[in-house]
Every structure is written in C-alpha cells, then in structure tokens.
Design a binder for this molecule. Sequence first.
Ligand code: ATP
Ligand code: MG
Length: 418
Amino acid sequence: MINIPKGTKDVLPDQSYKWQFIEDCARSTAAAFGMKEVRTPVFEHTELFLRGVGDTTDIVNKEMYTFLDKGGRSITLKPEGTAGVARMFVEKGLSSAALPLKAYYITPCYRYERPQAGRLREFHQFGIEMFGASAPSADAEVIFAASSFLQKLGIKDTRLEINSIGCKTCRAEYNAALRKYFSGYSEKMCPVCRERLEKNPLRILDCKEEECRKIISGAPSILDYLCDDCAAHFSSVRSLLDKQGVQYTVNSGIVRGLDYYTRTVFEFVSTAIGAQGTVCGGGRYDGLISELGGSSVPAIGFAAGIERLMLLMENTGVEFPQPPVPAIYVAGMDDDSRAEAFSIVNGLRQKGLCAETDLMNRSVKAQMKYADKTGAKFVAVIGGEELADRAVNIKKMSDGTSQSVAFEDIYNYLKQNI
Ligand code: ATP
Ligand code: MG
C-alpha cells in the first residue's frame, strides 16, 4: 500500500461538506465586499518568492518546496498566496484597472515544515488582497472583512491583535534600537536570531524559541518609534475599528512572516487549538508591488488557514450545516421495476433533486438498508403492481407515514413535502 505523503491530508467524502461550508462563507464574504476571485499557478519562478516574501523570512530560509524543472529552471510551489497575486497585478498591468482592486483566492500552499496539529506541508488559504488604497479605511475594511468571515463561520473564540510596524523611515530608527538592545543578549539567543540581528532585527520578534521569547519581552516597542504619519494612520485605523464595534488589543510584538509589511499588521488568534493559534494574519504591504517591478502601489490583505479554522470550529463545537441528503430513494423489485425506478430518478435529477436508485442488483431489503444509510428523506418501492398502476407509495422516513403518488406527480409531491 502506498501512503499519503507526510504533512498532507485527504478530504474524505463524509468530511467535504465542512470544506464546502468554509469555502462558501469565504466566497460570500468576499462578494459582500466587492472582491473578485483570482487564480494563479501553484508553482512560480523561485525568484518571485525570494523577493515577494523576503529572503530573511522562515518561509524562504527553510520551508520552500523548490526544485529544478526539466528545463533547468528553479521552480517553487507557492508557500503563500500574496506573491503570486502581486506578480499577476504587475505583469498584467492591473494598476490601470479601477482602483482599489479587490481580489480574493482560495488556494493550496506548500511549506516544508515539521507536521503537527495545525501545521501541514500542504494546507489551504483563503486570502484577500486590496491594491491601490493607502487610506486607513482600507486597513479597517480588510480587518472588518476578516472579522465578518469568522463571524459567518460561527467562530467566537478568537481575539484580534493589531500593531503598526511603521514605514521605512521609522523602521530604520527602530531597527537600530533593536540592534542595540539585542546585541547585549546575542550570546543567549538562538543561532537564527543571531543571524537576524545582522540582517533584519525586526524578525527576531517573531522567534518562537523560549529563550529568545524571554529576551524579546524586554525589547523596545515599535509604537514608541512610529513617525507622525504612521502614528496618525494607526490611530485612524483604530478609531474606525472602534466605530464598527470591532474588539481588538494592540500587541506591539506582532511583526508577521513577510518582509514587505508596512504599517498595519494584524492576527486573529485562538487559544483553543494549541500552539498554532493564529488562524488568520494580514497587514499592509506598500513596498511589495514596486519590489516586484511595478509602480509604487499601496496594498493590504490577509490570509486565513482553512485547516486551522476547521480545527478551531471542531474543537469549540461550532455546528457545520448538515450536508444535503437524497430527496428520495426509489427501489425496484425486479428488472422491469428497476428500469422504471431508473427513469423516475433521472427525471427527478433533471429537475434538480437528488434522487437515488439501485445500481448493484440488490434485494429490496438491502436497497432499503442502503437508502437508510444515505439519509434519503423519502423511499418508494416499485414492483409489478406499481408498474401496472403507474403509482407508488412514497414513505416519509422521518415519521413513517406514506402516501400513494402517481409516477408523474412524484416531483411535485417531493417539492411540496421536503
Ligand atoms: P505561523 O506563525 O503559525 O507559522 P505564519 O506566520 O507562517 O504562521 P502566514 O504566512 O501568515 O503564517 O500564513 C497565514 C495563515 O496560514 C496562518 O495564520 C495559518 O492559519 C496558516 N498557515 C501557515 N502555515 C501553515 C501550515 N504549515 N499549516 C497549516 N496552516 C498554516
Ligand atoms: Mg510559519
């Protein structure tokens, strides 16, 4: 037997309705905010992620699925959704479309990580990206969209944490302060952080090592280093959220996993799913489009991990709407009756109902057992008598009552009684 690769998951037929529910909520949320779906390839040139995610990030340093294709090109499976969408925006000249451009995607992502609860090698993201808007209202709208999505799913168990990581100007000063602070502890920090200290000290704040976390807790706060413009922007975002009644806490430790974030960053976090508690993360990335060769276009977005959302919903007892069941199972007692049942169910299917009949030449008893397993709401058994009468008793499974219905009236009967 060949097993599934480590860190990947199958979606079994009796579980897919949960995926469909989450995806439906994603699509309807996006639609309410005027966002249009985009699809980009699962693989891109490796260069895109080196630039689009940033070469001091965990993703680029250790998690990418990179290989040479048969033409000798370096290809990488997308580790996240933003870089591909940003590439599309630049390459297809979308800055000349009506701005802001609001896009969303549901996509698989690939990261070579150590698999554990909520951490997979193939996982899925629902993400949105908004290009062209620099006003604080854009930040508030994106956060509000994420919050509406979680609400639609029935998730109550998250808290929203927001922060501002400033722009190039204020960050230069902050990075210098971080360098000064952390260089006093460099002996005690993990080797990765020692390297970060050289290249990008802000990234140290994202370290998950316990020893580093202790040192981080005493680090200077970015909020004390924001320039006037960034501070004003952050304060407007906050008051817009306040006006909408969106609850949040300011956490100056949030920096997020991409290098091109500027100003607002945020996470929706839960304590109900263990260590991997971030179900949705996002922020402003005003530097990315120009980094990828486009003009200077502000952008902001978020990505939510679908597997983590599902885990959270399951762990906190959120009810998924029940998957649809067949309206009717029509059994046949002999070959002629089976043929009639077959044409009845096909007629019902063409009118949009889910109807089932026997495909395995089973006995009526076995057919009833199967009908029961499918959860069919009504069942009918056709034999010689029914064929002669062109009518059949339709039994309602929920209360056991039955009613004789002419073959040609079955659709109407079901429509009225489902
Ligand atoms: P973490 O700090 O948990 O590693 P991250 O900062 O790497 O998260 P992002 O790059 O912001 O995560 O991705 C957005 C979302 O995608 C995360 O909040 C999470 O819900 C989900 N996600 C990220 N990596 C994985 C993974 N390996 N398996 C499952 N979901 C993931
Ligand atoms: Mg990660």
